[in-house]
Design a protein. Structure first.
Length: 218
């Protein structure tokens, strides 16, 4: 979804910068560990020649929750270190929009006390909520929105994403219900795509200038 957003903005001539602060699940390469999602961000954002170590400062090999992956390699994650990495990248390159991709969900733990949500709170980022359309998604969406509201974090929109080949029961009705309950714009409804090619997903998003205005909260 992040790469589709970046591609749509690039189509409109916007200068985009992206980051994946934490990636759990990476392959060993001659250049070091590399995560496929982070590499996709590098390929589609329009700010060029950002070192991988800045794009993805924490890259962990085990494909498990970040705090568990870090423990396996005797590393401790903390919000303060990630804030420094985000600030360095954001201030180091001229851009129209800076997009940060999460890892594992809103409340994924970083350590015994901190979560990814704490990082978003610290840096004052705005959020796009992605709702996987399956049984339980209404509860997931409302609980996540409740915590976002509690923290005072601005949500600029949400995306309804069909995650299984067969639509969930009464999928259209569930999306309509969320549209009534979530007081932010529905940016896109993405059907199940066997191969999630960026160009295909991009076609479901608003036009680039409209999307930029929505992402900026205007």
């Amino acid at each position: 979804m992040t790469t589709a957003l970046l591609q749509r903005l690039a189509d409109g001539g916007f200068k985009t910068l992206a980051m994946k602060p934490i990636a759990a699940g990476a392959e060993a390469t001659p250049q070091g560990l590399r995560n496929s999602d982070a590499l996709q961000l590098a390929n589609v954002m329009t700010v060029a020649e950002v070192p991988y170590s800045q794009l993805n400062p924490v890259c962990l090999a085990p494909p498990v929750a970040p705090h568990l992956a870090a423990a396996q390699v005797q590393q401790r994650l903390c919000v303060s270190d990630l804030v420094k990495a985000v600030t360095m990248l954001r201030q180091g390159y001229e851009h129209d929009l800076f997009v940060i991709e999460g890892a594992g969900g809103w409340q994924v733990p970083l350590n015994d006390e901190e979560t990814l949500a704490d990082l978003v709170s610290e840096i004052g980022a705005k959020v796009v909520l992605v709702v996987g359309l399956k049984l339980g998604c209404l509860n997931h969406a409302l609980l996540t929105m409740a915590d976002l509201d509690r923290r005072g974090i601005e949500v600029v929109g949400w995306v309804a994403n069909q995650v299984n080949p067969e639509p969930m029961a009464l999928q259209a009705e569930n999306v309509a219900w969320l549209q009534r309950r979530l007081t932010v714009p529905l940016l896109a409804t993405i059907p199940y795509l066997p191969v999630a090619q960026r160009a295909t997903v991009t076609g479901y998003l608003p036009a680039s200038h409209e999307l930029m205005s929505l992402l900026q909260g205007k």
